[in-house]
Design a protein around this ligand. Structure first.
Ligand code: OOG
Ligand code: NI
Length: 453
């Protein structure tokens, strides 16, 4: 028997990301406006800065810019999370990183399903921030049990997608037609349902405990709650949001604007109030879905990340309650202590870089020099910042909070529990720092080998 030719998981992910974007655009028209805004800001930024355009092209960053998105979902049980891991694996998306949000008053812990290798990231870096509800943090036993019972009664996957996941695992992938069916079936899991599975009283009781619990428990599935395009100038995008009819959250999360962007900066428009039908024919509303914009910079080493966390913590008291302009000004002052040139970031081992031969390096013939900084100085090797592909817990908490209303949820006493999360997932989460370090090391080795031969 001949094996039907199998699609690359990257191609399936690419189709899925496009289908998700189309679905979310039809569900949340403001998301279309957001995409248009980001496209325009990106176009203008590149026109005004040809050197940036050239650099992004060289680093393989420009072609992926227009397809780049992340999304977020929240699930209610270990079974749901474990099955999602298998579903995302079909598309080459694997769990990377563990995020504990309980400290910030959100009763979830999370990971990001994303592609991991260079080629997959360059093709389409689509990622989904996935949170698992931690019912064990709910104090009321009655409510906890009620929520668990409701969750146990739902199946967030179609029979079709379950079959196709098993098939993909057996054959080691999916053929073209199967892949299209898989995308259509998988999409169903993330669709919005305006009918709640519970009556209004139950919804309100769960909502009073925490809005997020109501969001996870009261619906048929884990509706995609936002999709996020990548911008090259988030300050400009934030400025233009109100004129485009969007209500932006108060401040941009993450590091300040810099010459060399680091990690991740994020802002969002606030969640929309949507009409919802509850069991017993009662009407109400639910606020869940929003739009977000991100700007990505270089991935930091453990040392760089330590410095980032320290400076962010130091800025926190001073930025409390400030509007975005003042907030960014204070952040910029505090972050003056974070070196802002690529050379400094590299030489002080604060950030990860990918090394490649320049044209001169390729033409140079055999070179015995092996010190990277010398080779860079001689113009034989170029260092490109490796883009941060992950998330930031403090920023994620800010995004959650601004869309859950309030913002003063108290921390939960039970804190990080990575073991429980991995047990639910059915696999360990990859360590993001190790992935970046490996990419840097592999590029370093390749350069050294090429020069020595
Ligand atoms: C996820 C919030 C986190 C981000 O970009 O940091 C997030 C959620 O609200 O479910 O998406
Ligand atoms: Ni997000």
């Amino acid at each position: 028997m001949t094996q039907p030719s199998l699609m690359s998981p990257d191609e399936i992910r690419h189709r899925f990301a496009a289908a998700m974007s189309a679905m979310y655009q039809s569900e949340v028209p403001q998301y279309t406006t957001l995409l248009e805004l980001v496209e325009q800001v990106n176009r203008e930024t590149l026109e005004a800065n040809p050197a940036l355009a050239e650099r992004l092209t060289e680093a393989d960053e420009l072609t992926r810019l227009d397809v780049e998105r992340h999304g977020a979902i929240r699930v209610g049980s270990a079974e749901e999370l474990g099955m999602l891991r298998r579903l995302f694996a079909v598309m080459g998306m694997h769990p990377v990183g563990y995020y504990d949000l309980s400290e910030a008053g959100v009763p979830v812990h999370s990971t990001a399903f994303r592609p991991v290798d260079d080629a997959a990231l360059a093709r389409n870096p689509f990622r989904i921030f996935t949170s698992l509800l931690r019912l064990e943090l709910v104090e009321s036993e009655t409510l906890r049990e009620r929520a668990a019972t409701i969750l146990a009664a739902r199946d967030i996957f179609t029979p079709g997608v379950r079959e196709l996941i098993t098939l993909a695992e057996q054959q080691g992938g999916l053929g073209d037609t199967e892949a299209n069916r898989f995308v259509a079936e998988a999409l169903e899991t993330f669709r919005w349902h305006r009918d709640a599975t519970v009556d209004l009283d139950t919804y309100e009781a769960l909502h009073a405990e925490h809005r997020l619990i109501a969001d996870v428990v009261c619906f048929r599935g884990p509706h995609i709650n936002h999709l996020t395009p990548r911008t090259l100038d988030i300050d400009e995008a934030q400025r233009r949001m109100p004129a485009a009819g969007m209500n932006p959250k108060a401040v941009i999360e993450g590091p300040p604007r810099r010459d060399c962007p680091i990690l991740l900066r994020q802002t969002s428009f606030k969640a929309l109030e949507e009409p919802t039908r509850f069991q017993g024919e009662r009407q109400g509303t639910h606020t869940a879905r929003f739009g977000e914009i991100e700007q990505r910079g270089v991935a930091l080493t453990a040392k760089g990340r330590g410095l980032y966390d320290r400076l962010l913590a130091a800025s926190r008291k001073q930025t409390q309650g400030l509007d975005n302009t003042a907030h960014q000004r204070v952040l910029a002052e505090v972050f003056a202590d974070f070196p802002d040139s690529e050379d400094a970031l590299r030489q002080q081992e604060l950030a990860f870089f990918e090394y490649r031969l320049t044209a001169a390096g390729r033409a140079a013939g055999r070179i015995t020099e092996s010190d990277l900084e010398t080779l860079i100085e001689q113009g034989l090797v170029m260092a490109y910042p490796i883009t941060y592909e992950d998330f930031l817990p403090v920023s994620a908490a800010g995004i959650f909070q601004s869309n859950l209303g309030g913002g003063d949820n108290e921390a939960y006493a039970g804190n990080a529990n990575r073991e429980a999360f991995e047990a639910a997932l059915g696999a360990p989460v990859a360590d993001e720092l190790a992935l970046y370090a490996e990419r840097e090391r592999a590029s370093h080795d390749a350069v050294r080998q090429a020069l020595a031969s």
